[in-house]
Write a protein that binds this ligand. Structure first.
Ligand SMILES: Nc1nc2c(ncn2[C@@H]2O[C@H](COP(=O)(O)OP(=O)(O)OP(=O)(O)O)[C@@H](O)[C@H]2O)c(=O)[nH]1
Ligand SMILES: [Mg+2]
Length: 396
């Protein structure tokens, strides 16, 4: 199953523009708040260096794509409706869309760095407004929504408490894991906080405390400052002000570049810090592309693909592993060279990879071979970025 990343933020920050540019979709974009009313899902990519040049072969990718030495591994992006303060109570488009986030493995929080729209996503003329506040209010909305989800399901925990051998941690984990939160994360949060021993004694502050930790653990997030092309200097100076890295992004430019590439006007690949013009341009196109080129020079690109890669590789701590069925020719059963690339949490073992390939392969796992050294690797070996691994299993 591909990694799922939810794009969230205040309304009108450019979430759909970011989504369309990353997935080449054509969902509606407009200057009005709440353009997106239903969440939408499509495929984007995490992009990493492919290993085929090192192995000196041409590859035949199957679950991913390879272009100019870069491997594109599919990830799922979810574009959700915009949030306003008190969305968890039903303001704006309400909280239904937050339920769509339940499935997300991670979150990209897109803020509007132009400073031209307020918390409600409305145009403001004289911006006193601080876009960094959005980071705080969006997280608060998610926490309060998650606290509400826990509260709504608390009746089941209370019922468990009336049964024999009641175990608070296990009961909460069993109720919340049904909502898509991993039991491991729930247990680890519960061990970090103090809370009333009986479910009937829990108050709002207890639900909120648990929700806050759960959000941090189960929905890691990065912040993306969009509309950097029109952001005032005083906003740009504040990129480092919240003690976490914020990516500077111009999603609109990425969309223009990706479409221009599709139409054969320019040559541009996601993540590039520049582009080549390959067709004669109209004057208007030339002016537009010059603007884009200047912003790309300043920020090293449009920031869209870098944000996706940062979310997957830095924030989620994923690595890319290439399983093969033959350690000498790096092929699958059909002779395809280096066919698959899997995103795995760093620290995963060869057995984890076996399970990722197929449950049967995992269950029949015997040992694994590193295709670079042709040596057996130990069971507790921590897989590394770019490892090419043959799994030996009783299952075929
Ligand atoms: N200057 C500039 N404008 C942008 C950029 N990205 C998006 N916009 C504009 O911001 C406005 C809102 O974009 P959308 O993508 O619809 O924003 P959204 O966050 O999906 O909005 P809702 O679905 O209504 O919550 C549109 O007018 C976009 O053209 C950018 O990088 N730079
Ligand atoms: Mg939208």
């Amino acid at each position: 199953m591909p990694i799922k990343i939810g794009l969230i933020g205040k309304t009108n920050t450019g979430k759909t523009t970011f989504f369309n540019s990353s997935t080449l979709s054509s969902d509606e974009i407009s200057t009005y708040p709440f353009t997106t009313k239903k969440s939408s899902t499509s495929t984007g990519y995490a992009i990493t260096l492919c290993v085929h040049p090192e192995f000196n072969v041409n590859d035949n990718p199957n679950n991913s794509k390879c272009k100019d030495g870069w491997r594109y591994i599919p990830i799922e992006l979810i574009d959700v409706a915009g949030l306003v303060p008190d969305a968890h109570r039903g303001r704006g488009l309400g909280n239904k869309f937050l339920d769509d986030l339940m499935n997300a493995d991670a979150i990209i929080n897109i803020i509007d760095f132009s400073g031209e729209t307020n918390e409600e996503g409305e145009k403001i003329e004289n911006p006193e407004y601080d876009p960094l506040n959005e980071v705080v209010f969006i997280r608060e909305e998610i926490d309060l929504w998650l606290a509400g989800v826990i509260r709504r399901n608390w009746g089941s925990v209370e019922r468990f408490s009336r049964g024999p051998n009641f175990n608070m941690e296990k009961s909460i984990a069993s109720v919340l894991s049904g909502l898509g939160i991993k039991s491991r994360d729930i247990l680890s949060c519960l061990r970090k906080i103090e809370y009333p021993p009986m479910p009937s004694e829990w108050e709002d502050s207890d639900y909120e405390q648990l929700a806050r930790l759960l959000r941090k653990m189960s929905k890691p997030s990065i912040v993306v400052a969009n509309k950097i092309d029109v952001a005032p200097e005083e906003n740009i100076e504040r990129l480092g002000d919240i003690g976490e890295e914020i990516s500077a992004v111009a999603a609109q430019y990425e969309l223009i570049l990706r479409r221009g590439n599709g139409r054969g006007i320019i040559r541009y690949d996601p993540g590039d810090n520049t582009f080549d013009v390959i067709k004669e341009l109209t004057e208007e196109q030339e002016v537009g592309l010059n603007k884009i080129e200047n912003v790309m020079k300043e920020y090293g690109g449009t920031g869209v693909q870098n944000s996706l890669n940062r979310a997957v590789y830095e924030m989620m701590g994923m690595i890319t592993v290439f399983p093969v069925e033959n350690e000498s020719h790096w092929v699958d059963g059909k002779g395809n060279k280096l066919p698959d690339a899997y995103l795995m949490p760093s620290g995963s073992t060869p057995r984890d990879l076996a399970y990722e390939v197929h449950t049967d392969i995992g269950e029949g796992y015997l040992y694994a071979i590193d295709a670079r050294s042709n040596r057996r690797i130990s069971e507790d070996y921590g897989l590394k970025e770019g490892d090419v691994i043959k799994i030996v299993s009783t299952a075929k």
